[in-house]
Every structure is written in structure tokens, then in C-alpha cells.
Design a protein around this ligand. Structure first.
Ligand SMILES: *Cc1c(COP(=O)(O)O)cnc(C)c1O
Length: 365
């Protein structure tokens, strides 16, 4: 029910195939505030050779998201509800992953948003969208993409580099506008945790964009040394770099077609209402950010495709606020909140998580 599911399902099959060929196992460790965790678990459930350990902040995901993940009964899926916030979960994952000995012994891996197979699968959306639009006679097609870690829109950039005739790639952010700022000014200014807001489009609440390096590499004429110095030296030391003085930054718009804009909670609500009144269609809050920003960049001769990134049922509270009604849900999810749940509650403690993983792996061997 989020765009991540599509790519993750390809990855699930690729992993199962390749692990069997190598006669290996993999324990996927991740942290989620909602969409990534459910996408990974549904993609990996029942897959041979793969186990998933997914950390989430206890009681902080939407009721539906909790039900979606915790109701899975597959033996290779392990939900760990951490008594803490999302950042605690992410810190634990980073600490476990940086313990190389543990990582090797327990064959720990990740399926995060910089995973190339996920990005690759997303390229297909753009070809498919373009073909559907051109069948209807469109000659000029642009895409607007609700963005966080720059994964989805990076796939659009790849599609365009492959030759797909896309006019503009319109990047939409919410109040966490680090990417809009970069495309407007050339300054990439990573935010601190304290400066990262909790919004009603939570999957876009990011402080830095983990795939941006891929685009900057192309922007700098594939100059690996310069890219490395920006991301490894300047960003780490100062938390920022600035390309505004670099003539190549202008090419972000001209050569690569990028545009950007930012949407707020009020915009989100107004757009959800407007789309409902005009088209009798309910869109989720992230997609609403995409529509809001798309409208800042449309012109009469251009066909603009907005990527819908999730179904509204996952974000019922905002839909209620905007429309005063419940979002529709697919029949197969009726009563999901009442199913029995499987989640291990642990304190925000790296050792406790390591011990839990070790226990499960030893029990299986
Ligand atoms: C992950 C996600 C996004 C952001 O996508 P990125 O690839 O991180 O830019 C937007 N909307 C929804 C619903 C998401 O789950």
C-alpha cells in the first residue's frame, strides 16, 4: 500500500534466488517508522534463507501500520517494538551494523533506501507512466514526486538519463524542506534531529536525503573525487555544502529538468479536499504534497503525472481531519486490527537487541 512495496517485492525474490544459489542465509535488520518495515516484511515473508528483524518505536506507528506488521505470523519475520522513538531504533541498527564481528557472525544485512535493486525497480514506474500518457496523445510529460530520501525521484532521474523524454522532474517536500532548499539555492544543509519536524506526511520527515549523492555525482560530471570530498569531508565536518557558485548547479534545472517546491499541513488538507470535491478521489497526505507542488509547476501544454506514494487508509487521522470521513480500505484488510499480534518489546538498548537476534538464530540452528 506504499510505492516501496513494489520494489521491495522484486528485491525479496532476487534475494531468495541468490541466497539459494550461494547456499547462504541473510538476517535483514532494519528500523522503521511505518512504510519501510511493512514493505520489507511483506516482501520477505516466507522467503527461504531470509529472516527479518524490524525495529519500530513502540506505540508510535499508526494503528493500521502496527496491525499490518504485528499480525504477520510467518516464522522468518521478527518485530521488535523498542520502548523509544524512531531515532533510538535507527541508532541501534547503526550500532549493530558497525560491530563487524557480530555482523559477520550473524550475517546481518540491510534493505534500506540506497539499495540499488530497489531503485532499479522504481525506474519502471516512469516508463509505465510515460507510455500511458503518450498513448493518450501527450507529447510533453513531467513527473511530480513526493520526496524524502530522494529514492523515488532518483529513479526518475535514472529513467531520464536512459533516454525517457521527461520534461521536468518536480520534487515535492513537506515542511522538512532540505531538498527544496538545495534545488532552489544550491546549498545542501543537513538538519539536526531537533530541527526535523513531525508532520502529517511522516514518510517525508527526513533530515538528510540518503540518495542525493547519486544525483550530485551526475551533476558534477561524474567527478567521484569532488563528490566524495563534498559528502565525506565537507558534509561530515560542517553539515553543509554549497554549489550555488558552481556553474554546473544551474544545470540541475536546465540539463536534468529538476524543479522543486514545498507543501505544508494546511496545503495538504486543502489539496485532499480539493481532489475529493473535483474528482471524488481520496489521496493520501504524501501524494497531496506532490499535487500541491505539481500545481506550482504546470503549464497548459504539459502533462504532469503525480506519483501516488501510499494509499490513504494508512493515514486515516489526516483524512478524517481533511474530509470528516474514513478512508476506504481494501476488503482483505477488514478486521486487521483484531488479529493476534507478534512483537517482542525491548528497551532501547543495543545489547538487548543483539542478544535477541543471537537467541533466534541459535534456536534455528
Ligand atoms: C518513502 C516514502 C516517500 C519518500 O520517498 P523517497 O524515496 O524516500 O524520496 C514518500 N511517500 C511515502 C508514502 C513513502 O513511504
Amino acid at each position: 500500500m506504499a510505492f516501496k512495496d513494489m520494489a521491495m517485492q522484486l528485491l525479496g525474490n532476487l534475494l531468495e534466488y541468490e541466497l539459494a544459489r550461494r547456499q547462504e542465509n541473510l538476517n535483514i535488520l532494519g528500523a522503521t517508522s511505518g512504510d519501510t518495515g511493512s514493505a520489507a516484511e511483506y516482501a520477505m515473508r516466507g522467503k527461504k534463507g531470509v529472516r527479518v528483524f524490524m525495529l519500530s518505536p513502540r506505540g508510535r506507528m499508526s494503528a493500521f501500520q502496527q496491525a499490518q506488521m504485528f499480525s504477520l505470523q510467518d516464522h522468518n519475520i521478527h518485530n521488535i517494538a523498542i520502548d523509544g522513538v524512531f531515532d533510538d531504533c535507527q541508532d541501534i541498527v547503526k550500532r549493530v551494523a558497525s560491530d563487524l564481528e557480530f555482523k559477520q557472525q550473524y550475517k546481518i544485512g540491510a534493505v534500506n533506501s540506497i539499495n540499488w535493486a530497489r531503485l532499479l525497480a522504481q525506474v519502471v514506474y516512469y516508463f509505465s507512466g510515460y507510455l500511458q500518457a503518450s498513448e493518450r496523445g501527450a507529447t510533453s510529460v513531467s513527473f511530480a514526486v513526493p520526496s524524502g530520501n530522494f529514492g523515488n525521484i532518483c529513479a526518475g532521474h535514472v529513467a531520464r538519463m536512459m533516454g525517457l523524454p521527461v520534461s521536468n522532474l518536480v520534487l515535492a517536500t513537506n515542511e522538512n524542506d532540505v531538498l527544496d532548499e538545495f534545488f532552489r539555492t544550491g546549498a545542501y544543509r543537513v538538519r539536526s534531529r531537533a530541527d526535523t519536524l513531525e508532520t502529517s506526511s511522516p514518510s517525508m520527515d527526513i533530515s538528510k536525503a540518503s540518495n542525493l549523492e547519486r544525483f550530485v555525482f551526475d551533476l558534477l560530471g561524474r567527478d567521484a573525487r569532488r563528490t566524495k570530498s563534498l559528502f565525506d569531508d565537507q558534509l561530515r565536518e560542517r553539515g553543509t555544502f554549497d554549489l550555488s557558485g558552481d556553474h554546473r548547479f544551474e544545470e540541475a534545472a536546465i540539463r536534468f529538468g529538476f524543479r522543486s517546491g514545498k507543501s505544508t499541513h494546511a496545503d495538504r488538507l486543502a489539496t485532499i479536499r480539493d481532489i475529493w470535491e473535483r474528482y471524488n478521489t481520496v489521496i493520501d497526505p504524501h501524494t497531496a504534497d506532490g499535487v500541491t507542488v505539481a500545481r506550482m509547476h504546470t503549464s497548459p501544454e504539459m502533462l504532469m503525472i503525480v506519483l501516488e506514494t501510499a494509499l490513504p487508509v494508512k493515514f486515516a487521522a489526516t483524512i478524517r481531519e481533511a474530509l470528516g470521513r474514513e478512508p476506504d480500505r481494501l476488503q482483505r484488510f477488514d478486521g486487521i486490527e483484531d488479529l493476534p499480534r507478534r512483537a517482542k518489546v525491548l528497551p532501547p538498548d543495543t545489547q538487548a537487541v543483539k542478544d535477541y537476534i543471537a537467541d533466534i538464530v541459535h534456536d534455528a540452528n
